[in-house]
Design a protein around this ligand. Sequence first.
Ligand code: DON
Length: 292
Amino acid sequence: MQKFYGQGHKATYIPALNNVNAQQFALTLIDKEGHIFSVGDDKVCFSIQSVSKVISLTMALNEVGEELWGRMDREPSGKAFDSLIHLEENNGIPSNPFLNSGAIVMADVLLEIYGDHTVDKYLHLMRRITGNETLQIDDKIYKSEKFNGHKNYAFANYIKSYGNIYNDVEDVLDVYFKFCSLSLTNLDLTKAFYYLMNKGQSLEGFQVTTPRHCKRINSLMFTCGTYNEVGDFAYLVGLPVKSSVSGAIAGCLPGAYTVSVWSPELNEKGNSYLGFKALEQLTTELDSSYLS
Ligand code: DON
């Protein structure tokens, strides 16, 4: 395994993300029948980061349905997850829910509905779909996100200046940072994503969302889930997936399997270097991908 490390770099813009051993790798696959195939560091905890945007989107679609698209678009931006350019061009309307700007607006949507219970609702859902009652927000990561989240403060204030954030910026970002700071293992993450493969139903038979929402979330992961490397992911991996700066990539082949990889070293586009390679090899060797 050693020879594969050292080709990417850990995210350092959130100092707490740097406190992780970079030379780790896990891959877990769960098939439709619930069989678990898992290798590597699959029981090591990491923060979910941007993969949480898939869960926010699920919760937001469940609550407000198509109304969500009055507050954000669903187009790939072709830009980094923390680029401000489109936001200015689009008058405070994020290009898609998987950019930081989109996730911040979703945090506002959820805060409107659940108020002070928003983070509890998220934790409850995550515990239910992973079957892991011990899941928690990692306070060190949360604080590190908050004290170094200057760009996210800029996004939130900028969006609010256009009236597309209704709540207090501090409260909205608190939700956003806490969602990103959930600590879980690669095994947990793969279980959590089972509903996206299974028409909205979790591994333990709970209907997380509708089959229609599921289809839409998968479409958005396919078109917007891996920052400005989404074309290469579609071409080389061919699965709907969502990545994060902690080095996680989670996705599924609808009706067949759900899969997650985690390895903290990132490539120049901010996606897990080894995670990307592993998924490419997996879908090639299994000869199974989204559109084939
Ligand atoms: O907002 C941030 O900077 C992180 N908490 C999440 C970033 C991430 O994983 C990349 N996002 N698409």
